[in-house]
Design a protein around this ligand. Structure first.
Ligand SMILES: Cc1cc2nc3c(=O)[nH]c(=O)nc-3n(C[C@H](O)[C@H](O)[C@H](O)COP(=O)(O)O)c2cc1C
Length: 173
């Protein structure tokens, strides 16, 4: 059973035959601009929910946890996501305000990693986000919190069929 599972895992295909080109030499100096380009290309390629990313947090002694969340915006505050302050991740961010996001767009063999400090945005912005959710019924949720990750480092990763995968980093080495 475990042997056949191992073989099954190893036999699955990875990326499609056709992958987009990416020349880091031509990448914009601003990583947000590159993210917007890649995001538009993900949409055009039919990637489902390209705005979904995994968000990793850690508790006060560094034990990690991760889950999928929706990217809400990118502005001068950082990369926004929203959740309940009373959730596990909300509690972890209260004790240890750092997070790492990871976007994976399989159809294009692309991954975008973003990590940095996290700030809690205003009650007004959080309430506006709660109101804008699909299915919002005008009720309030004082526990809802909009956060922003201020990137310290970002990495854009492009798979290639020849397996010479490309990594393009922004931030400290
Ligand atoms: C694609 C996807 C998007 C999600 N988006 C959100 C979100 O934006 N905010 C949120 O609180 N939970 C979202 N969830 C649920 C979280 O993954 C998670 O289960 C929940 O927030 C509890 O996480 P925690 O116990 O680690 O705090 C999403 C789940 C999936 C699969």
């Amino acid at each position: 059973m475990s042997e056949s599972f191992r073989i099954l895992l190893g036999s699955l295909p990875d990326f499609p035959d056709e992958l987009p080109d990416f020349d880091p030499e031509l990448a914009p100096a601003d990583p947000v601009e590159l993210f917007r380009q890649w995001f538009a290309e993900a949409l055009a390629a039919g990637v489902p929910q390209p705005n979904a990313c995994s968000v990793a947090t850690a508790d006060e002694i560094g034990r990690p946890s991760s889950r999928m969340l929706i990217l809400k915006d990118i502005d001068d505050d950082g990369w926004h996501f929203a959740t309940s302050r009373n959730s596990r991740k909300g509690r972890e961010l209260g004790a240890n305000p750092h997070a790492a996001l990871n976007f994976f767009w399989q159809q294009q063999g692309r991954q975008v990693r973003v990590a940095g400090d996290v700030v809690a945005l205003s009650a007004e912005a959080s309430a506006a986000d709660w109101d804008a959710r699909p299915g919002a019924d005008g009720s309030q949720n004082p526990g809802w919190q909009l956060y922003a990750v201020r990137p310290r480092e970002l990495e854009f990763w492009q798979a290639r069929q020849d397996r010479r995968h490309i990594r393009h980093r922004y931030g400290p080495r």
